[in-house]
Design a protein around this ligand. Structure first.
Ligand SMILES: Nc1ncnc2c1ncn2[C@@H]1O[C@H](COP(=O)(O)OS(=O)(=O)O)[C@@H](OP(=O)(O)O)[C@H]1O
Ligand SMILES: Nc1ncnc2c1ncn2[C@@H]1O[C@H](COP(=O)(O)OP(=O)(O)O)[C@@H](O)[C@H]1O
Length: 202
């Protein structure tokens, strides 16, 4: 018997649309993907500050934070990374139903895992942001000293070194942090959000 056979969906009397109306803005997940050190966390934190100042209700989900709690049972093998992203996708969907703009910053190295989340969401609700930076740039930034540990042989299976990263094929937005400043990347995402009616709460 399928596990879900004895489980019934309960419908709320308040809809996603009503929650959005109350907030006065659309909800969605802005999904940052890229190598470790590419700038996902830095850009998402700056973007959230800017959105907050415009009265947009937001929440940041970040790899390191989620792996301290919800996903602390998961490691970095392919299956665990897949499960990590699946759970975050479900959480992002719930929070989008709640009417929020989610900023999710995860390496999310597998294209199929990211595409699964896109499929779960309604059209326009999944905004994939490819945070593009060369592995050389990421190594030289090394904000957490992890690339140094990889060189010392203390970490294996590290994304971009001896574990894969699959570049997005058709992301809504690409920011190149080799060449752009943090502010330029934030403004390019803001510009997408403005053009697509996410900031229409005035
Ligand atoms: N082996 C290996 N490969 C990649 N990253 C590693 C690894 N081990 C630890 N870390 C640290 O974990 C952070 C990535 O977690 P994520 O949940 O975003 O990873 S994933 O999406 O499941 O691939 C990542 O954070 P960011 O640097 O912010 O990307 C690293 O700090
Ligand atoms: N143009 C840029 N965009 C984003 N981060 C930058 C940029 N230039 C330098 N950095 C620095 O690179 C590091 C990126 O680290 P982080 O945001 O933690 O990356 P990730 O979350 O992708 O692992 C930070 O120390 C940040 O200050």
């Amino acid at each position: 018997m399928a596990e879900s056979e004895n489980i019934k969906w309960h419908h709320s009397k308040v809809t996603k649309e009503q929650r959005r109306d109350l907030n006065n803005h659309r909800s969605a997940v802005i999904w940052f993907t890229g190598l470790s050190g590419s700038g996902k966390s830095t850009i998402s934190v700056e973007l959230e500050k800017e959105l907050y100042q415009l009265g947009i209700r937001t929440y940041c989900l970040d790899g390191d934070n989620i792996r301290h709690g919800l996903n602390k049972d998961l490691g970095f093998g392919p299956d665990d990374r897949k499960e990590n992203i699946r759970r975050i996708g479900e959480v992002s969907k719930l929070m989008t139903e709640a009417g929020l703009v989610i900023l999710a910053a995860f390496i999310s190295p597998y294209r199929s895992d990211r595409d699964e989340i896109r499929k779960m969401m309604e059209s326009g609700e999944f905004i994939e942001v490819f945070v593009d930076a060369s592995i050389e740039t990421c190594k030289s930034r090394d904000p957490k000293g992890l690339y140094k540990k990889v060189r010392a042989g203390e970490i294996t299976g590290f994304t971009g070194i001896d574990a894969p990263y699959e570049v997005p094929v058709n992301p809504e937005i690409t920011v190149n942090t080799d060449t752009e400043s943090i502010e330029e990347s934030v403004q390019s995402i803001m510009s997408y959000l403005k053009t697509n009616g996410f900031l229409d709460n005035d």
